[in-house]
Write a protein that binds this ligand. Structure first.
Ligand SMILES: CC(C)(COP(=O)(O)OP(=O)(O)OC[C@H]1O[C@@H](n2cnc3c(N)ncnc32)[C@H](O)[C@@H]1OP(=O)(O)O)[C@@H](O)C(=O)NCCC(=O)NCCS
Length: 192
């Protein structure tokens, strides 16, 4: 193999490593498609008491259910976009746009920084801003919504920091932590 062929191999880094798969790029993060090999990590996060109460997973998530969910992603490519968040080559969370509506041009964002040691460092904000840019300027979304539980201050702060506006409160709408909590509704138009 000559040097020319080596430099043409786009899957290899200069030191012989494998180049990451990149779908969207932020300043410190990349967003890439989910891989089947992510399933064990997702299973750990989604069952973790420090995470599952925020993403409303009240029942144990089984490996088989997670695999079914993963398989469904490939079949609903135009209805939802789900991406892994990586920082420095480490998978730290997932972010997705769900319920993409072709007529209303709306969708909602869901995010989970599953690796708790990476929370509150601006990663959620950067991942959201990166996804928003794609949703507005590539998928031509008109309005994007973000719902959070009243007790999830980190999520509300992240939404506001990204430019979402408070649209309303569904009072005592969800049951968690032994009582009913408000559901906080945020929204953002492209021009905002
Ligand atoms: C909610 C969640 C997505 C927010 O993401 P995050 O990465 O933890 O939070 P942010 O990106 O908003 O972090 C911002 C914090 O980091 C700090 N920070 C450090 N560097 C920063 C930077 N470069 N840019 C922005 N903020 C930075 C900020 O000061 C801020 O702290 P503050 O809120 O006290 O002001 C995340 O905590 C999470 O996944 N939680 C569990 C699951 C969940 O709640 N999902 C959402 C369901 S609606």
């Amino acid at each position: 193999m000559n040097t020319h062929q080596v430099s043409e191999d786009k899957t290899q880094t200069e030191d012989g490593g494998v180049k990451p798969i990149v779908f969207l790029k932020g300043k410190h993060i990349i967003l890439r498609p989910m891989l089947k090999s992510d399933i064990p990590t997702l299973l750990r996060w989604i069952n973790d008491p420090h995470t599952r109460e925020f993403v409303r997973n009240q029942f144990p998530m089984m490996e088989s259910s997670e695999e079914q969910w993963f398989d469904s992603l490939g079949k609903n490519r135009e209805k939802q976009v789900v991406l892994a968040i990586e920082v420095g080559g480490k998978h730290v969370g997932t972010i997705g746009a769900h319920g993409i509506h072709p007529i209303d041009r709306t969708c909602s964002i869901g995010i989970m920084i599953g690796d708790t040691s990476h929370r509150e460092q601006g990663i959620g904000t950067e991942a959201t801003m990166t996804l928003l840019e794609y949703l507005f300027n590539t998928l031509n979304m008109r309005k994007i919504v973000w719902e959070a539980y009243g007790f999830n201050k980190r999520s509300c702060n992240c939404a506001m920091r990204c430019g979402f506006k408070l649209e309303g409160v569904r009072r005592k709408h969800i049951f968690a932590r032994g009582r009913f909590h408000d559901l906080i509704l945020h929204g953002m138009f492209k021009e905002e």
